[in-house]
Design a protein around this ligand. Structure first.
Ligand code: SAH
Length: 219
């Protein structure tokens, strides 16, 4: 039972799910994952009460946890069925990583900021997650060891698509990446077909920059 000392925010989570549904999220697996995931554990201490409002929040190291509706939209686009291997670039808080652990068979997540990676690793351990493998490093080069991936999600914005990510996508796989300028981008979905890559613009978005060899070179 919820107490004043340690609220479990179940009601707030249900309200958030209703809001996502009203906003066009129809994938029941995604909605269930959101309903089961304690987002308040992924935001800084003291703002737990704001975790189920549909907004982004600062998580330290100059980074932000994205809005729940953005995560839900991303995940719905991937149409995961539970058997996939997915690569996430930009672990950040680890909240989306938790959602992925529930929606796919195995998730691999790369983050360049050590304090964020450690925080995410700890919370996911607390949540009992066992199908996620983390790496500290530059995600613009992907993670060759476990490729190919059925889905690749990039949670930071790039000037162009990093070639290694295309190379590491399985045939039939989908890559989601915000592409464009530093202050405004287009969420882009690339599907790998047997002979070519198909590219589709989804919606305008604003993400923090993807920094690295195949991303932006300075913060
Ligand atoms: N989905 C995360 C988003 C965090 S913000 C969340 O909602 O919490 C984007 C993250 O991408 C930041 O943590 C940033 O440090 C990370 N990042 C930026 N460039 C990167 C790179 N080349 N490789 C790995 N992570 C990167």
């Amino acid at each position: 039972m919820a107490s004043a000392v340690s609220p479990d925010y179940r009601g707030a989570r249900r309200r958030l799910v209703a809001q996502l549904r009203a906003g066009g999220i129809t994938d029941e697996a995604v909605l269930k994952a959101v309903e089961e995931s304690p987002r308040h554990l992924f935001v800084p201490t003291g703002v737990g009460h704001r975790a189920y409002v549909d907004s982004s929040l600062s998580i330290g190291s100059g980074q932000t946890i994205s809005q729940p509706s953005v995560h839900a939209r991303y995940l719905q686009l991937l149409e995961l069925r539970g058997s996939e291997r997915v690569l996430e670039i930009g672990t950040g808080s680890g909240y989306q990583t938790l959602l992925l652990s529930k929606l796919a068979a195995q998730a691999f997540s790369v983050e360049r900021a050590a304090p964020l990676l450690e925080g995410a690793r700890d919370v996911l351990r607390t949540c009992g997650v066992r199908n996620v493998t983390f790496q500290l490093g530059d995600g613009t080069i992907g993670w060759r060891e476990f490729a190919p991936y059925d889905a690749i999600l990039v949670s930071a914005a790039a000037p162009s698509i990093p070639q290694p990510l295309l190379d590491q996508l399985a045939v039939g796989g989908k890559l989601l990446i915000p592409l464009g300028e530093r202050d405004e981008q287009m969420l882009t979905m690339v599907t790998r077909l047997p002979e070519h890559f198909e590219r589709r613009d989804i919606i305008p978005v604003r993400f923090v920059p993807l920094l690295g060899t195949h991303g932006w070179t300075s913060p």
